[in-house]
Design a protein around this ligand. Structure first.
Ligand SMILES: C[S@@+](CC[C@H](N)C(=O)[O-])C[C@H]1O[C@@H](n2cnc3c(N)ncnc32)[C@H](O)[C@@H]1O
Length: 498
């Protein structure tokens, strides 16, 4: 299939495998970073347990199915073992012989199919960094060696950090692995762009032996590179702390510093960076900051919304205007389809239309636990008095049949909650006339600071939202500090030209 041309920085909602196949041309990307989900907190044994397919939580999570041994894993296995790449066929069937049919094997099959595509889209000068942890790293290296070639393995980078952990019979697991592979040996590597200060011991040693001349002829500390040293293959970069400004509340969010180092080392300004599991967009934010072009893909609307928020609030760039978003519903028919396919995805998408923050978890892996929220699905924060206390608009989203008792529940919540004076009811179906009357009966909320009145109970249909209608409320409060808008050195920056 001929890929659909991409014209500028793009965010895709959907499964990365068909997106890579349909949209990303051969040898078009300079750098790939991928951080696929893997629940290593589960008991290690569970990953290897033979699967009955009856795991009660297997349907809850948006992407979890992908990592269970079932029909799609079996079909993918068949595709890989009958594909053109004989090495991959041999490797994957050998793995199945001793791993058998379980979550680990499903994961490896799914990853192998994606890594083949990622290898295809990488330019001959390109690099790939696969972020994983010791749960599966040993198997993934075998898969990478087969697809990229052992000769193109560059580093196993250990990202080490500290976190509270006191296991009884083992050492704390406090590192992740990043496998760095290139397509050929003609890859970009900007070692001077990532140098870091020498440690004190190196400086002291150099001073103790002033007579030892360097190749460059310097003595003592002069022998050391004034730009610093190239980082070792272990990177002590702190994990994001709870109070970090960077933190978006996405549980698997990685630190910007980690991604900045990768992008600076293995790409140049204007190059294209692809993240097929982009989460809340850390690699995308780093690429934007460093003047690289980018493509992000994620299978949950929550993640896509996190990207949009981050890009809006840190770089003042907007979807549609400054970059494209592909795969989200654009009309009522596709919105209905999304609601039928997955009501949680529908809910997150609907919340994103009014820039509301979802309740009940902030990532696909967590939101399945939703349901304890008594019909409250999202919040929009605002401040409207001198005390600067945060208030909220409470949002309820319905993708199916709606009736007055549902709206009455929301009315009850805003009557009860002092700091949540406005309620918004989003519905795919048309509201009944009784519901409209109930909304009118709630009256108005008066904001002293903005000197304006807003209806306390508002009903918005998806059709109205798609037509551009907005919630009537005081200006929304942003949680992030605004970064300076990134200026691009050349005019081609925002064009992908694929
Ligand atoms: C570990 S998180 C990535 C976190 C990211 N590095 C960050 O810093 O925000 C993995 C992401 O992969 C997404 N995902 C899982 N399966 C996917 C698939 N088949 N296609 C695209 N995205 C997928 C999940 O929704 C999740 O957001």
């Amino acid at each position: 299939m001929t890929p659909t041309p991409l014209h500028r920085n793009t965010l895709f909602y959907g499964d990365n495998l068909p997106i890579l196949r349909d949209h990303i041309p051969d040898e078009s990307v300079d750098l790939i970073y991928l951080d696929p989900p893997f629940n290593s907190n589960r008991s290690y044994n569970v990953l290897f347990k033979s699967e009955s397919g009856n795991d009660p939580d297997s349907q809850i999570q948006a992407f979890d199915d992908t990592w269970h041994w079932g029909e799609s894993a079996e079909a993918m296995y068949d595709e890989l073992t009958h594909g053109q790449n004989q090495d991959v066929a041999g490797m994957i069937s050998a793995l199945r012989q001793f791993i058998h049919e379980n979550q680990m094997m499903a994961y490896l099959v799914m990853m192998a199919a994606r890594l083949i595509e990622l290898h295809r889209v990488l330019k001959p000068t390109g690099s790939l960094y696969l972020h994983c942890d010791p749960t599966a790293s040993h198997y993934l290296k075998v898969v990478l060696d087969t697809i990229f070639g052992v000769e193109n393995f560059r580093n196993e980078i250990v990202w080490c950090y500290t976190r509270p952990s006191s296991p009884v019979k083992q050492f704390p697991r406090t590192h992740d692995d990043l496998f760095f592979y290139t397509k050929t040996d003609r890859h970009t590597f900007n070692r001077d762009d990532v140098r870091i200060p020498y440690d004190e011991e190196t400086i002291a040693r150099s001073n103790r032996n002033p007579g030892n001349k360097s190749v460059m002829g310097g003595k003592g500390t002069d022998r050391l590179n004034p730009l610093g040293k190239i980082p070792e293959s272990w990177w002590p970069i702190p994990m994001l702390q709870g109070n970090s400004n960077e933190r978006l509340g996405y549980p698997t969010q990685k630190p910007l510093a980690l991604l900045e180092r990768i992008i600076q080392a293995s790409s140049n300004p204007g190059d294209i960076v692809l993240d097929p599991f982009s989460g809340c967009g850390t690699s995308i934010a780093a690429a934007q900051k460093l003047g690289r072009r980018w493509i992000g893909i994620d299978i949950t609307h929550l993640a896509i919304e996190a990207h949009k928020r981050r890009l809006r609030e840190h770089y003042t760039i907007e979807p549609g205007k400054d970059y494209d978003v592909i795969g989200e519903p654009e009309d009522l028919t596709s919105a209905r389809q999304l609601a039928r396919d997955d009501r949680y995805q529908f809910q997150w998408w609907a919340l994103s239309l009014i820039k509301a923050r979802p309740l009940g978890g902030s990532e696909g892996s967590k939101v399945g636990k939703k349901g304890s929220d008594k019909g409250i699905d999202g919040l929009i924060p605002f401040i409207d008095d001198a005390s600067k206390k945060l208030k909220h608009v409470i949002v309820s989203v319905k993708s199916g049949h709606v009736n007055s008792p549902m709206l009455r529940d929301l009315h009850g919540v805003i009557d009860r909650e002092v700091d949540a004076p406005i309620g918004v009811f989003i519905t795919l179906e048309e509201p009944t006339s009784d519901m409209k009357k109930e909304a009118v009966s709630a009256g108005f909320y008066k904001s002293d600071l903005w000197q304006k009145q807003y209806p306390r109970l508002q009903i918005l249909t998806i059709e109205q939202l798609l037509a551009g209608e907005e919630v009537k409320m005081p200006p929304q409060y942003g949680t992030f500090k605004k970064a300076e808008k990134v200026r691009f050195e050349d005019g081609t920056q925002s064009e992908l030209g694929l």
